[in-house]
Design a protein around this ligand. Sequence first.
Ligand code: 5GP
Ligand code: MG
Ligand code: MG
Length: 179
Amino acid sequence: MALIRVHDKTFTPYLTEKEIHEKLQQLAAQLNADYAGKRPLFIAVLNGSFMFASDLFKYLTIDAEICFIKLASYKGTKSTGHVITAIGLDTDITNRDVIILEDIIDTGKTLSQFLPQITNQQPASLKVAVLLHKPEATQFHVPIDYLCFSIPNKFVVGYGLDYDGLGRNIREIYQLYSD
Ligand code: 5GP
Ligand code: MG
Ligand code: MG
């Protein structure tokens, strides 16, 4: 894999499609075991999580439901720190086993603001599954129950994650290389 250009920046390969899918299969195996005999409700956070949610969901063998919400706090490569709910939750989660699917936890602001809205509705259980976590950038505590990759504090793109709307269709994950 070589350097790529997304919009006006250069990115270098970071995680291959194979590495991502191996982790997804491990995570799915764990979820299949932990939720055996149950009927969990996955809540995927749009936009960035659409590919993670879709690929993970295909590896599940248990009975499971999925719905989507849309939260946004990012513009360009910097968090605005302001979380907007653009599409709300339309599913009753009371007494459900809920698993939030999030593409990446950076500052933690998005999920730390959203999780109380979920706990307020009294799910039977609540877990958080995350594809990528930047521990060095995290300022707001988010309990992560399932994590695929812990990554350095560098902007990443691909596999559903965008840079100014572009790059979501890339099958691998790339890291910011230079401006
Ligand atoms: P947080 O609220 O944790 O700071 O950021 C959450 C959201 O910001 C993520 O769900 C994601 O959409 C976006 N984000 C954070 N870091 C990155 C990154 O490195 N690359 C991209 N493309 N989006 C990011
Ligand atoms: Mg996200
Ligand atoms: Mg984004």
